[in-house]
Design a binder for this molecule. Structure first.
Ligand SMILES: [Zn+2]
Length: 268
């Protein structure tokens, strides 16, 4: 006895800067443009970092998307559309409510034309907990997933980054308490591995990249001068650290050579 088809509900998750959005846009391109499928893109209206009505990636690609606020009933929205989508791809799923995530899941078991749903989002908040401290958005997404797709990203120390840290750009101090979503503050975020996150450590090369980025945004001239000073100090320290590291390696190798020579002499 048939109980009707169920389509996949895939959660693609990672940290900030892990190119989740670029992956979404490439998949959309492949499905909608190459294969001519009916794809609907959704994004939260809360996301004010990108252009209104578009999903855009830092790598320079974008596509039109419907903006959804927390009050929208997504099932009703889909029913009201003239062209019913075959696929729905959602960016920044962590900003949707648990109720809306369940609505997205329920679209995969519609009696008529069930929809394949792909959602992309941040796994952790800056405290290191699953995102969605208000109503458990990411816990809901994970519990409903038929497929999980980790999107990897590197910490500057070389380990895989699985955490997002919030820090004060003036002091580099990592903050682990406060509101999950802060609007209009002067906090910044960076993706770190568990070790760096746990030790409250922002790798120097990350700091240098962040300062360079701030300089290029050219906020104000006084600030710029300060940043440039900071940039040269950090760069100097970075080089010194690299030299120390290499010197250390040389010393270790020299000690090893002496050890091997001694062994070789004993054998004679
Ligand atoms: Zn690290």
């Amino acid at each position: 006895m048939g109980r009707g088809i169920m389509k996949p509900f895939t959660v693609h998750f990672g940290t900030m800067g892990s190119a989740k959005t670029a992956l979404l846009l490439m998949k959309n391109y492949n499905y909608a443009v190459d294969k001519g499928k009916e794809v609907l893109l959704l994004k939260p209206s809360l996301d004010n970092r990108s252009k209104k009505g578009f999903i855009e990636s830092r790598v320079g690609i974008e596509s039109k998307a419907l903006e959804i606020d927390k009050k929208t009933n997504i099932i009703e929205l889909i029913e009201s559309l003239e062209n019913k989508p075959e696929f729905i791809m959602v960016d920044e799923i962590q900003f949707f409510s648990s109720k809306q995530i369940i609505q997205l899941k329920d679209l995969t078991i519609l009696d008529e034309n069930p929809i394949t749903v792909d959602v992309y989002g941040l796994k952790n908040n800056f405290k290191g907990n699953l995102f969605g401290e208000e109503d458990g958005s990411m816990a809901t997404a994970f519990s409903l997933a038929t497929h999980l797709d980790p999107v990897n990203c590197l910490c500057a120390c070389g380990n895989d980054a699985h955490n997002v840290a919030r820090f004060n750009p003036e002091t580099w101090e990592i903050q682990k308490i406060g509101e999950e979503i802060k609007v209009g503050g002067n906090e910044s975020y960076v993706s770190l591995c568990y070790r760096c996150f746990k030790e409250d450590y922002i790798p120097r090369s990350t700091r240098i990249a962040l300062i360079k980025d701030a300089i290029s945004k050219n906020i104000n001239p006084i600030k710029k001068e300060e940043l440039e000073k900071q940039y040269s100090i950090e760069n100097e320290l970075y080089l010194e650290e690299e030299i120390d590291y290499l010197r250390n390696q040389i010393e270790k190798n020299e000690a090893k050579i002496l050890e091997l020579r001694a062994k070789s002499n004993n054998h004679k």
